[in-house]
Design a protein around this ligand. Structure first.
Ligand code: DX5
Ligand code: ZN
Length: 216
């Protein structure tokens, strides 16, 4: 079954606990950490992740869009994240980092920006619990889905099958009622949605609607 992870980036930051509760029933809560260096935007860090993890029963899927991932990612496991995604472009030693995240008790996930190919990382896939293919340039919510990423999603799904891995394949950016079916058809099984969930009148209903579409 498809997993839907609402992105808190599109929520009201002054009411984070309520906004997290508004999507209980979602599989994970996607938390976008940005440092104004790796991406041209600044959001939140370890203390807020720690507070959020106490405010909701939904496990946290932390997406780190930050430099020096090797140094910071383990701290997000300690802060209570159930899954930590680092960008391969920002990690000096991705294998060591993935192992450290797993050893600390979280799911280890690696993200690729749109211009980063999957092929050089084929041999790393067994070290990961999830691979994130960005379907927009990271940094902001509400951008248009990049259809040019569909072949990469398809190729990654083929690699996962070829190696017989349990790896989840996540897509993030511009995922909505009009694009989710294309992503699912290409082989994604975890869907991040920010504006499509928090921009809807009833965020919990939007989650159910997206899940039904992805599973159709
Ligand atoms: C973008 C973030 C996304 C963002 C998605 O850099 O990684 O998680 O919140 O927002 P939407 O779904 O509105 O594109
Ligand atoms: Zn994200």
């Amino acid at each position: 079954m498809a997993q839907i992870n609402p992105s808190i980036l599109s929520a009201d930051f002054a009411r984070l606990a309520e906004e997290a509760k508004a999507v209980e029933g979602a599989d994970w809560l996607h938390v976008d950490v940005m440092d104004n260096h790796f991406v041209p935007n600044l959001t939140l860090g370890v203390p807020i992740v720690e507070a959020l993890s106490k405010a909701t029963d939904t496990p946290l899927d932390c997406h780190l869009m930050i430099e020096d991932a090797d140094r910071w990612a383990p701290q997000y496991v300690e802060a209570g994240a159930g899954s930590v995604t680092f960008h391969v472009e920002a990690a000096a030693a991705p294998v060591r980092l993935a192992r450290e995240i797993r050893a600390k008790g979280a799911r280890a996930s690696m993200a690729l920006k749109p211009a980063t190919p999957i092929e050089p990382y084929e041999d790393l896939l067994p070290e990961l619990d999830m691979l994130l293919i960005m379907t927009v340039e990271p940094g902001f919510g509400g951008q248009s889905f990049l259809d040019i990423m569909l072949p990469k999603i398809r190729r990654t799904r083929e690699l996962i099958s070829k190696h017989g891995l349990e790896l989840w394949l996540q897509v993030d950016g511009g995922v909505s009622a009009t694009t989710i079916e294309r992503c699912a058809e290409a082989g994604a099984d975890v869907f991040v949605a920010g504006s499509a969930v928090y921009g809807a009148g009833d965020p919990a209903a939007a989650v159910r609607g997206l899940r039904a579409q992805a599973d159709a």
